[in-house]
Design a protein around this ligand. Structure first.
Ligand code: ADP
Length: 830
């Protein structure tokens, strides 16, 4: 190797370089195959739009070009931020961090950090050069913790204190948990949406399933890993069942036997991902990362050779072949490269890296989504403020020779060891940028009563005294829009401090991922709309008017009432589950139909009085139950759980019957329009363009039923399914006692969020499509024959008994008084 000694210094890093002796190689047949594949895959345009952002995998000292869209985006966001910054700011000043030691002006203020179960020199250096001092006490500004902290660490935090982990992020960072989380997402949303991890089994629990699949392909190779280990420890390859550990707790994954090779060596990528908030969700990827090479040329077989099959640095550095990188600028030498060097090499071979990066972004977002609801639930339980935690995660990604990225694992505390100048350069910039981005503030906890006394947990919040100088502005209960502005400002400010981080969620196109949240997230949707639609003045093609329903509580109702003249939600059937595309396993745990009171116009209200417990205020007054109370009563009597999904399923089943028996040419154009809006709502997963309307509604009904079934099976696996959820017949029996207009009434006022949008296509202000069609249909039927005749049940509108009943009840409600003969009543009504 030629040795070149550069005397220069770059940004505080001295340069000593070892230039490579020969150009780096990728086999030409593989390059040609990848190019051909890329042409066929170039139409994949769902989800994130790589054009709408800066692409990762560019070196930190190179210039990163911006697309026209990105440049416009940054300009618009700066203008928006200026407007938002006109509001008063009570927050302590931000602290800026740098990767290399810079002389700092002396400050009287003392900021402290605590290292717990971890001692990372680089973290200490960067914090201390920004003026922090170490403490073992509790009044720290930053807690850097090696493992997932116990709940007591999160107690009594002030808004400006930060912990280096969110609670429960081990849901994706433990190998066995990640496996379960991805399987859960596959069951909920389909394997093709979550196909970026190799097939994996948790042993011994999944032994029989693994055994069956192993035997299907006798010659396959698998890799066994201990569940809670790292650095390649305890990992080995197997190709026979006799090698499978029977009693150990471990995972076994299908071995990716076609890795992309550079210079005949296998490598994997370390991608740094920062989650700065879960509410709203903000995910960043660092522009630069690392590639770790195996130290022996890859050949299929040789399963015992760990230097060939494992790419861990900690393992390969022990190999006699291992070459350490000695110059951070020559980042494609030795056995550890930068991510940008890999991208540069691929591009030098004529391979486009856009789709690869897009797939990596998608893999990261979907992985985070698989633990999102658990993390969020715990942060709420612990009463944490949305800015109290952050997570810097290390995603290990293997690229196969089709250029498909595979997620191998997620590291909770990615190594910050600095054995080479390249390590120091990338990791120190990473840490400095990260501390700057998360927004540590010059906040003196000791001086501030607010910080000492107040936790964000509900109980403690009540006890807290009045806030003092450094206290954050408190929001008035009714000013929810102020909270939205605050979140927008926080997000745009964070963006200004991003350094070399690229925000991948939210980013242009990420509203596509709304479908993978277990529950609609109003703040995420608000933020997306605010920055990618309103700020960029773009039409909301994807969601149309979905954001009507994405604001929370009071704000949602006010906004909806004033803008879209939707009736205020006065009585609701819990849970919020009428949403066809988004399953809500958590919601099912408190699935009983219940009634809420909201707003001054609220009609039904639960009374605490024992004998009127099941009645709403309206029912109490009139002594006759409203549909919600009847539903509640029926579900209690039958000891069943009726969800919003059940009601919508029943409604769609009836709609199908009516549509099936009505010629499409007889449908009013307004009905067709509404049906079409419903069928083609982006919330549905399946699309079917060329079929008849009734068949397409059947498909939607089927989708809902499938989802419910999947959900029940997931809950069952988790042993939380209640027997009563499976009493489908009983539920259907109860629901059949309700007229269609009653079902519409319940759906109209009880449905929220995305579901509201879907349901709104069918059920407008006053009328639901089904009751309209029934009335219309029955009018026609009556004009032709006598509704009271025993043959009526045989008419084309009433092939099913329940449909007959609905027809009659709807008719009764809409036009007649109960006792008069039908024809007379109809004439009277006319
Ligand atoms: P650890 O946490 O011990 O590093 P990893 O899951 O990262 O465990 O695996 C260690 C190494 O083994 C990876 O860096 C990769 O080179 C290799 N490896 C892991 N899983 C697979 C797989 N399914 N197919 C091919 N190689 C794998």
């Amino acid at each position: 190797m030629d040795e070149k000694l550069h005397k220069s210094a770059y940004g505080g890093f001295s340069i000593v370089s070892v230039a490579p002796s020969r150009p780096n190689q990728i086999e030409s047949s593989i390059v040609n195959k990848i190019k051909a594949l890329q042409i066929s895959e170039s139409t994949n345009c769902q989800g994130i739009l790589i054009d709408g952002m800066i692409k990762a995998g560019k070196s930190l000292h190179g210039k990163n070009s911006q697309s026209v869209y990105t440049a416009k985006y940054f300009e618009n966001s700066r203008q928006t931020l200026e407007k938002l910054s006109a509001e008063s700011d009570f927050r302590p000043p931000l602290i800026k961090f740098s990767a290399v030691k810079e002389p700092k002006p002396r400050s009287d203020e003392i900021f402290t950090y605590r290292m717990f179960q971890s001692d990372i020199k680089l973290v200490r250096t960067i914090l201390e050069s920004a003026g922090f001092i170490a403490t073992e006490g509790h009044d720290w500004n930053l807690l850097w913790i090696g493992h997932n902290p116990k709940p007591n660490f999160y107690e009594k935090l002030s808004i400006y204190q930060k912990i280096s982990h969110f609670p429960n992020s081990f849901e994706i960072t433990r190998k066995d948990r990640l496996c379960s989380a991805i399987i859960r997402m596959q069951e909920l949303y389909g394997k093709d949406q979550f196909n970026f991890t190799p097939e994996t089994y948790n042993l011994p629990e999944d032994f029989s399933m693994f055994y069956n699949n192993f035997n299907k392909e006798k010659r396959s190779v698998w890799i066994v890993k201990p569940t809670c280990s790292s650095q390649g420890k305890g990992i080995y390859l197997i190709d026979s069942m006799s090698e499978v550990p029977i009693e150990e707790t471990c995972i076994v994954s299908r071995y990716i036997s076609n890795p992309l090779l550079i210079n005949s060596l296998k490598f994997d990528l370390r991608i740094y991902v920062l989650v700065s908030s879960y509410e709203p969700l903000r995910i960043y990827i660092y522009e630069e990362g690392l590639a770790r090479f195996a130290s022996e040329a890859y050949k299929p077989g040789h399963k015992g050779n760990r230097f060939m099959h494992l790419t861990n640095y900690s393992l390969n550095k022990k190999s006699e072949n291992f070459v350490q990188n000695e110059d951070f600028r020559l980042d494609d030498t030795g056995h550890k490269w930068s991510l940008s060097a890999i991208m540069k090499l691929l591009e030098a071979h004529g391979i486009s890296t856009d789709l690869l990066m897009k797939n990596i972004y998608e893999l990261i977002i979907k992985t985070i989504l698989s633990c999102e609801s658990t993390v969020l639930e715990t942060t709420h339980k612990l009463g944490l403020h949305r800015t109290n935690c952050f997570d810097l995660l290390g995603f290990d990604v293997l690229i196969d020779n089709n250029l498909k990225p595979w997620l191998l694992e997620v590291n909770l505390s990615p190594s910050m060891a600095t054995d080479s100048p390249l390590d120091t350069y990338i990791k120190s910039n990473l840490l400095a940028d990260m501390f700057t981005l998360i927004g540590l503030r010059a906040y003196d906890k000791k001086k501030d009563g607010y910080g000492r006394n107040r936790s964000f947990s509900k109980t403690n919040a009540k006890k807290a005294g009045p806030s003092r100088s450094q206290s954050p502005p408190t929001l008035k209960k009714d000013s929810v829009s102020k909270k939205h502005r605050e979140i927008l400002r926080e997000t745009l400010e964070e963006q200004e401090r991003r350094g070399h981080f690229i925000r991948i969620y939210p980013s242009k196109g990420t509203n596509f991922y709304d479908q993978f949240f277990t529950t609609p997230r109003p703040l995420n949707q608000y933020l997306y709309k605010a920055i990618y639609i309103d700020m960029m003045q773009e039409p909301d093609l994807y969601h149309n008017s979905i954001y009507v329903s994405t604001f929370t509580s009071g704000f949602q109702q006010d906004y909806a009432r004033h803008t879209f003249k939707i009736r205020p939600v006065t009585c609701s059937v819990e849970p919020d589950v009428s949403c066809p595309p988004i399953l809500q396993p958590k919601a099912y745990q408190q699935r009983q139909v219940s009634i809420e009171t909201q707003g001054k116009n609220a009609l039904p209200e639960i009374s605490t009085n024992e004998d009127t417990k099941n009645k709403c205020r309206a029912c109490k007054d009139t002594q006759s139950f409203c549909p919600y109370c009847r539903l509640l009563k029926a579900s209690k009597e039958e000891k069943i759980v009726i969800t919003g999904d059940d009601i919508l399923i029943e409604y769609l089943a009836r709609l199908v019957q009516v549509l099936k028996n009505t010629k499409e040419s007889l449908l009013k154009s307004s009905w067709k329009l509404r049906l079409n809006n419903f069928i083609s709502h982006p919330a549905w997963i399946n699309s079917d363009i060329d079929q008849k309307i009734w068949k397409r509604v059947v498909n939607r009904l089927q989708e809902m039923k499938d989802r419910k079934r999947k959900l029940v099976s997931v809950l069952k696996k988790k042993k939380i399914v209640l027997e009563d959820m499976e009493k489908e017949d009983v539920v259907a029996g109860v629901l059949r006692k309700f007229t269609s207009s009653e079902l519409e009434e319940i759906l109209r006022v009880s449905t929220k969020n995305t579901a509201l949008e879907v349901v709104k296509c069918l059920i407008e202000q006053e009328n639901g499509i089904l009751s309209e069609m029934l009335c219309q249909g029955i009018r026609q039927a009556i004009e032709q024959q006598d509704l009271d005749s025993p043959n009526f049940e045989e008419t084309e509108y009433d092939k099913h008994a329940f449909a007959t009943q609905i027809h009659r009840e709807t008719l009764r409600e809409k036009f007649f008084n109960n006792k008069a003969p039908v024809r007379k009543r109809l004439q009277a009504a006319k």
